[in-house]
Design a protein around this ligand. Structure first.
Ligand code: 2BA
Length: 109
C-alpha cells in the first residue's frame, strides 16, 4: 500500500476530493499553509493499494492546474539602500506537490 501526500491549491481541492471519492478511494483533507506564500493550500492524505496507485496519480494530474500567484516582496533586504523599494514577484504554483510513501501497516481499530 502507498500513502500519497498531495499538496494542492484550494481552488482544485473539492473537485479532486469528489473525483477520488467517486473512484472509491479513501481521502482525508487537511487545511494547510504554504511556507513561502503564507497562503492557504490543501493537503490530501490518500491511502491506496498498489494496483490503484497509478490511477490515483492520474486523477491528481488531471484535476490540479498550475497557476501564477503574486508573492509579496520581503519588507527589508539586507545590503540594499534604504531607498530601495521591493516589488512583489510572480511565482508559478504547481498543480500539486506530491510525496509518495510506502505504508508499513494500515490499521483500522
Ligand atoms: P508555498 O511554500 O507557499 O510556495 C508557493 C510557490 O512559491 C511554490 O510553488 C514555488 O513556485 C514558489 N516558491 C516556494 N519557495 C520559493 C523560494 N524560496 N523562492 C522562490 N519561489 C518559491 P510549488 O513549488 O508548486 O509549491 C506549492 C506548495 O507546495 C508550497 O507552497 C508548499 O506548501 C508545498 N511544498 C512545495 N515544496 C515542498 C517541500 N519540499 N516540502 C513540503 N512542502 C512543499
Amino acid at each position: 500500500m502507498k500513502l500519497i501526500i498531495a499538496i494542492v491549491q484550494d481552488e482544485d481541492a473539492n473537485r479532486l476530493v469528489n473525483q477520488l471519492m467517486n473512484e472509491g478511494l479513501g481521502v482525508t483533507k487537511l487545511a494547510t499553509t504554504g511556507g513561502f506564500l503564507r497562503a492557504g493550500n490543501t493537503t490530501l492524505l490518500i491511502g491506496v493499494e498498489e494496483d490503484r496507485f497509478q490511477h490515483a496519480m492520474e486523477i491528481i494530474e488531471q484535476v490540479c492546474k498550475s497557476r501564477k500567484q503574486i508573492a509579496p516582496a520581503p519588507s527589508s533586504m539586507v545590503g540594499m539602500p534604504s531607498s530601495y523599494t521591493p516589488y512583489p514577484i510572480e511565482v508559478v504554483v504547481g498543480g500539486a506537490t506530491v510525496f509518495v510513501l510506502t505504508v508499513d501497516q494500515f490499521i483500522k481499530l
